[in-house]
Design a protein around this ligand. Structure first.
Ligand code: PEP
Ligand code: MG
Length: 592
């Protein structure tokens, strides 16, 4: 039966594929595809884990004190039986062989299937056996994770696995929530679309989905319960609708739309290397947001004239026990700089915390674990300043990369002049340490992200210290309106058109320009065509966005006349409903 699930559109287009359900297991599970050559290895890992867990349970059983209730021994017997039962082993092997899942993913996928079968059982006793299966799988997952030497394979192996997979049915990912760190792994995989139960439009999971330029819907509350493994699913990333097991007519309609949007993409692609200049001759800088050095080539290919935001925290995620040191970071930054072939690269110092924890945790788990609102906690520059040794290490690595091209440093979430003082002291020490070690570096500009209202209101004083500013609208909206950007329950209140947000944006752009400093927007608003004209009207001439958005924004820029737009701004800024006011202006313009 066909059903529809509604959520929030976060990445445009239509995806059609078979559902891959990713269970929110209690154990952190890595999900990645393995190449043909690694399949036997994964099966062996599974066997080894099974033997180790069986031995562990046998030992527990043998060591049970004589007075222990006999139910305990019986329970351990049930676990041993489940472990040796072929239903689990054979089916899990099938996921590895046919789908190329790594062992942990295969096991959790099979748990998902079994859990549903148990849920549907009439017999209450049998239904309760689900907990036993979960416990056994959890033991196996722990064992596998403990022995996962080096974790996921190298990017090249993942790409090869993705190539091996080509030609199979397309796959779409369905999950309750996905940690941003997991998304980075999916980024290198073969999913053609995403659906999650939770999340907001600018949650980091949504941002990574958008950077992959594949259709995605988040906040689809019941999706992971209603959709089953292997169901055919249509993700309408424009409307925020997910259609499960669509009828042939609906499917045909979506296939048609998919072809249309492919054509549109190809058409836009031709603008890649056209300079972005408005009708009235204003040049506009279109920069890229990247998450890894590998994205540098993608940015260049998309026609970016530099990187406006390198979210360096993605190098740190999933690495709690072994955070990247100075050399490893330096190599990553240098690779990004080299990939940009002389164009500027703005590297943001680590912005962990809130919905980007170092551990593999989803936003929901963060909230469950930390209770208090982590978005207001030890995040971004606050975290860096609480770890001064690590902060200097990162600064040294970035400075060293500046010997290979044009580098700028960007500091996230600055709110206080006291922080500014500490930041520049740390920089001075990092430079002195490099001098002492005889390491080369060049002059780098240092900028602040304007993403806390306090920073927007202090722009004059901040610009006595910083060379440039970049407005992080994702957080600026969150902190101005007191709306957790990752919380789907308040997502309807997350409003970029709110007059208070527009005022802060306009004032920041205007003042930075008056002071002769460069100002750009690197939040999601910069890559959304709905805001291009408005930002141009405010005087913005530098936009940083996912590479995949550059052509669409450029098309908008090429059709804009900033003289006309600027003349309309006042009316919009003073309207009670700026979105409606701007829409009317746009309509008037079209009919002229
Ligand atoms: C922002 O807040 O707008 C921004 C670009 O930073 P991030 O989304 O990584 O918090
Ligand atoms: Mg931010």
């Amino acid at each position: 039966m066909s059903i529809q699930v509604f959520g929030m559109p976060v990445s445009r287009g239509v995806a059609i594929g078979r559902a891959v359900l990713v269970a929110s297991s209690r154990v952190d599970v890595a999900h990645y595809f393995v190449g043909i050559e690694r399949i036997e290895h994964e099966i062996q890992r599974l066997r080894d884990a099974r033997d180790a867990v069986a031995a562990e349970i046998e030992m527990l059983k043998n060591e049970l004190p004589a007075e222990a209730p006999h139910e305990l021994a019986a329970l351990l017997d049930v676990h041993l039986m489940l472990l040796r039962d072929d239903t689990l082993a054979v089916a899990t092997k099938t996921w590895i062989c046919e789908r190329h899942y790594n062992a942990e993913w295969a096991l959790s996928a099979q748990l998902e299937v079994l859990a549903r079968q148990f849920d549907e059982m009439e017999d209450a006793y049998l239904r309760e056996r689900k907990a036993d299966v979960e416990q056994v799988v959890e033991r196996l997952l722990r064992e596998l994770t403990r022995n996962a030497a080096g974790g996921a394979p190298e990017a090249s192996a993942l790409r090869q696995a993705a190539r091996d997979f080509a030609g199979e049915d397309p796959l779409v990912l369905v999950a309750s929530d996905v940690a941003p760190a997991d998304m980075m792994q999916f980024k290198r995989s073969v999913f053609t679309g995403f659906v999650t139960d939770v999340g907001g439009r600018t949650s980091h999971t949504a941002i990574v989905a958008r950077s992959m330029d594949i259709p995605a819907v988040v906040g689809a509350r019941e999706a992971s319960r209603l959709i089953r493994q292997d169901d055919w699913v249509v993700i309408d990333g424009d409307a925020g609708v997910v259609i499960v097991n669509p009828s042939p007519i609906v499917l045909e309609e979506y296939r048609f739309r998919q072809r249309q949007s492919d054509l549109e993409r190809a058409r836009l692609n031709r603008l890649r290397h056209t300079p972005a200049v408005t009708l009235d001759g204003q040049p506009v800088e279109l920069l890229a947001n990247i998450e890894s050095p590998g994205d540098g080539a993608v940015a260049l290919d998309a026609g970016a004239v530099g990187v406006g935001l390198f979210r360096s925290e993605f190098l740190f995620m999933n690495r709690v026990a072994d955070l990247p040191g100075e050399d490893e970071q330096f190599e990553a930054y240098r690779d990004a700089v080299l990939a940009l072939q002389g164009l500027p690269v703005t590297i943001r110092t680590v912005d962990v915390g809130a919905d980007k924890p170092l551990e593999r945790m989803s936003a929901q788990e963060v909230r469950r674990e930390h209770g208090l609102n982590p978005a207001l906690g030890l995040r971004a520059i606050r975290w860096s300043l609480s770890e001064p040794g690590m902060f200097r290490q990162q600064l040294r690595a970035i400075l060293r990369a500046s010997a290979f091209g044009k580098v700028r440093i960007l500091i996230p979430m600055v709110a206080h002049l006291g922080e500014v003082k500490l930041i520049f002291e740390a920089l001075a020490r990092a430079r002195a340490q490099l001098d002492e070690a005889g390491r080369a570096y060049s002059r780098v500009e240092v900028g602040a992200m304007i993403e806390v209202p306090a920073a927007a209101l202090m722009i004059d004083r901040f610009l006595r210290h910083f060379d440039f500013v970049s407005i992080g609208t994702n957080d600026l909206i969150q902190y101005t309106l007191a709306i957790d950007r990752a919380d789907e329950a308040v997502a309807h209140l997350y409003d970029p058109w709110h007059p208070a947000v527009l005022q802060l944006l306009h004032a920041t752009i205007t003042r930075a320009k008056e002071l002769g400093r460069s100002v750009s927007v690197c939040g999601e608003m910069a890559g959304d065509v709905a805001f291009t004209d408005l930002l141009l009207a405010m005087g913005l001439r530098s936009f940083s966005m996912h590479p995949a958005r550059i052509s669409s924004i450029k098309q908008r820029v090429l059709r804009a006349d900033t003289r006309f737009l600027a003349a309309q701004l006042e009316k919009t800024m003073t309207a009670d409903d700026p979105a409606e006011a701007w829409r009317l202006i746009a309509q008037g313009r079209v009919s002229h």
